[in-house]
Design a protein around this ligand. Sequence first.
Ligand code: GDP
Ligand code: CA
Length: 314
Amino acid sequence: MQIVVLAGGIGGAKFLAGVRAVARESGSGVTAVVNVGDDVTLHGLRICPDLDSVMYTLGGAADPERGWGRQGETWTVKEELAAYGAEPAWFGLGDRDIATHLVRTRMLDAGYPLSAVTEALCARWQPGVRLLPATDDRVETHVVVETEEGQRAIHFQEWWVRHRAALPAKRFVFVGAEASKPAAGVLEALSAADVVLVAPSNPVVSVAPILAVGGIREALTAPVVGISPIIGGAPVRGMADKCLAAVQTECSAAGVGNLYGARSTGGLLDGWLVDTTDAGVTIPGVTVRSHDLWMRDERSTAEIVRAALEVARA
Ligand code: GDP
Ligand code: CA
């Protein structure tokens, strides 16, 4: 079986560990199509937070407490940059992590597409699934916020990391998405897929920018099953509630399910997996099932994946 997963960073990475475990048992192939909307250039370095979260997590090198960046990280370069007053000082750039960004930036500058760079980085980390950026083109999520001087668009990272999503967001703009094309390998993976799983990632700033890449939505011909990132009306971690508010969507399993919508009405989903506390949720035209959706460890996450594959068969 061929499984494609649409994934953001931390939630996507945890979910993919479970997908990998299930795929190993059944001899299935897994391709992760990962959001690039969070990508940013800082201090001359190209940084891809979601690709790196997935790569480090599946490579066994992620910091388990923070959930992002490298285990055993040190922060000398960040401190030295701050001592120069070099802005932006609010972004966490670890010393080990910087080596990844240096290799990536050098390869991109030499003309390699991001998909090839990601493959090269993964030669070290051996994530056990194929990691593809949604696009090799530049697509960046910007957030339109209200300030004293009126409306202004800022990079997603500035809103998320610097302002902790506290500035009320008016809307999100995926700059470059309209002209973008899927990265090398994405359309092939989607056309070979037996099932597409939408990880319990942030629907507004992780999954939506993937779907905004030209041609990806149209290529979703296999059954699509989503897993809710919202349990009992709250995100499990992070600030998805702030993002959902900006798109006038209730922070609930039903709200996100309806935001994605049924394939039969031009939406995304054939199936929607919600937590047992949200059992009874209905989305018109979508097969909804409930299961314990807490990704405590690889085993419990693998159970979620099995339940999602059951929904795809139903
Ligand atoms: P980011 O790019 O690092 O923000 O990560 P993602 O977008 O991939 O995932 C963030 C989402 O993962 C949040 O909205 C969380 O609610 C969700 N999440 C994290 N842990 C769990 C979990 O154990 N179960 C479920 N269902 N969702 C989770
Ligand atoms: Ca992200």
